[in-house]
Design a protein. Structure first.
Length: 372
């Protein structure tokens, strides 16, 4: 969540994030919701093709169509059964999307092949209604918009092939009106779906930004007290269960009120920001750095013994005291460092670090006081 969310983030042509990593995060966040929508779709389509197979079986029209349509419907029903069994084992959106697209393509292919060989039996309006229904399905069922648009284009192409075989005796006017109706309906659904995809991602970005604001300090951009407390609780639990060593530091500037009173709060903020940069450069990627409040900060060192943490903190203390700050020159900081004791609560752990910090202040400031 420390990563900044980009400004212009979605493509007007695909409805997806321009940032591939952000797109994957979006799909990961919605994956289980998407997966849960696949089974109802499969059951619905399987039911439709079952009705077609039963109708052809008992139609008694003496044609060869049942010998073609029934095996095709059976193939599709077998594919539906396989999808129902396998969908719960799919672990990522892109695999699910590929499976869903292949299944929908099979459904369209079977539907239009049956429509083609029975073009003299079924009215063209039934085929047109099928096209619109399929378009709704493609764009409403969660999938990549490009895949849905490709399936819809294939459906339109198949429709024209079947339409011109079954509508030879129609007037030109009726043909034009029918085609305009199907094309405009499909285009409208596609446009609404594309805008919906963009809106959903914009909403996701908005939620990310709100979450980012709730977890970060507005001045420095590092973790705030709430986020630190959540992480501390998780690491304390981990330390108790798996005997992991964690060290904790609480530190603040010495006589910081004098800096604010003498040079103003803007200079005080600059001191804080410069120090944050110093600490960021000195700690490891796995360490958690947070602003506890005002000029007070905290550091959590996961999987770190006290002596190792002491080396890091001592380098920090020296770097801060040697740094030249804008206008106010040199400032110093005092540090309280403790190592976790098994069975200790997060509050008790923080309280020990706080007591060590007060000891450092009482012992002359610009020093570290530690306890195991």
């Amino acid at each position: 969540m420390d990563r900044q969310v980009p400004g212009r983030h979605t493509s007007v042509w695909t409805g997806e994030f321009r940032d591939e990593k952000l797109e994957k995060e979006y799909h990961h966040a919605h994956f289980y919701k998407v997966r849960s929508s696949v089974r109802p779709l499969v059951i619905f389509l399987a039911s439709i093709f079952s009705v077609v197979a039963i109708f052809e079986l008992f139609s008694g029209n003496g044609s060869i169509f049942p010998f073609i349509s029934i095996p095709l419907c059976g193939l599709f029903l077998a594919a539906s059964f396989l999808i129902i069994l396998k969908v719960s084992t799919v672990g990522d959106f892109y695999s699910l999307s590929t499976m869903l697209t292949a299944y929908e393509l099979l459904s369209v292919s079977v539907f239009f092949y049956l429509a083609y060989i029975t073009a003299d039996t079924y009215h063209y309006a039934v085929i047109g209604l099928g096209v619109i229904c399929y378009s709704f399905m493609f764009f409403i069922i969660p999938n990549r918009w490009l895949y849905a648009a490709g399936l819809s284009s294939f459906t339109i192409l198949a429709y024209f092939i079947v339409f011109y075989k079954s509508a030879q005796e129609m007037s030109i006017q009726n043909q034009v009106i029918g085609n305009i109706f199907v094309l405009s309906g499909t285009a409208l659904v596609a446009a609404i779906s594309l805008q919906s995809a963009i809106d959903q991602r914009n909403q996701y970005i908005g939620n990310l930004r709100l979450l980012q604001l709730s977890l970060t300090d507005p001045l420095t951009g590092i973790a705030n007290r709430g986020r630190f407390n959540d992480s501390l609780q998780s690491w304390v639990k981990c330390a108790n269960e798996y005997n992991v060593s964690i060290s904790l530091v609480l530190f603040d500037f010495d006589d910081f009120k004098r800096v604010n009173d003498t040079y103003g709060h803007l200079i005080g903020d600059q001191v804080i920001l410069q120090t944050v940069n110093i600490v960021d450069d000195a700690i490891r990627h796995r360490d958690l750095f947070a602003r506890w409040g005002g000029e007070e900060f905290t550091l959590l060192f996961p999987d770190t013994q006290l002596d190792e943490a002491m080396e890091i903190v001592e380098r920090l203390r020296r770097t801060i005291s040697a740094n030249h700050y804008v206008k106010c020159g040199h400032v110093t900081a005092s540090f309280g460092l403790v190592q976790y004791r098994k069975g200790e609560s997060p509050d008790a752990f923080m309280d020990r670090a706080d007591r060590m910090l007060y000891t450092a202040k009482a012992d002359g400031k610009n020093c570290i006081r530690a306890a195991g």
